[in-house]
Design a protein around this ligand. Structure first.
Ligand SMILES: [Zn+2]
Length: 124
């Protein structure tokens, strides 16, 4: 048996997900309500584990823009920070940049976990 589908408008259990809701008449074929009701739950621990690769935890959660922002932000800070370390003068700038990238990295892992937790609490 397929997973239970709840009406996105009134919350009634739909025995036939492809038919309109018998209680409120919300059209199942509308897609929006239906997709929201059956969106799979996200595992916060898995989101945090995936976030060890910058951005991946947020891609997993469907927050693609945020994932890209973290990927570019963390990748950019680490990459350019490391590059600057190779020169004596650059180390003064590069080390703080790397530390900034590392902080953002840790934050992104925590953020992925918290986002998944919030999604869990909201029921999707
Ligand atoms: Zn309904």
């Amino acid at each position: 048996m397929a997973s239970e589908v709840l009406c996105g408008r009134c919350g009634a259990l739909l025995t036939n997900p492809s038919a309109p809701c018998p209680r409120c008449g919300s059209p199942a074929s509308g897609g929006g309500y239906y997709a929201a009701a059956v969106r799979p739950r996200k595992n916060p621990a898995l989101a945090a584990a995936l976030a060890i690769i910058p951005g991946l935890g947020h891609f997993y959660l469907g927050h693609n823009m945020k994932g890209f922002a973290y990927l570019l932000g963390i990748g950019g800070l680490q990459f350019f920070g490391f590059d600057l370390d190779l020169t004596v003068i650059g180390a003064a700038v590069g080390v703080p940049m790397e530390l900034g990238g590392g902080t953002l990295w840790v934050f992104s892992i925590v953020d992925a976990y918290r986002t998944a937790k919030q999604m869990e609490q909201r029921g999707f």
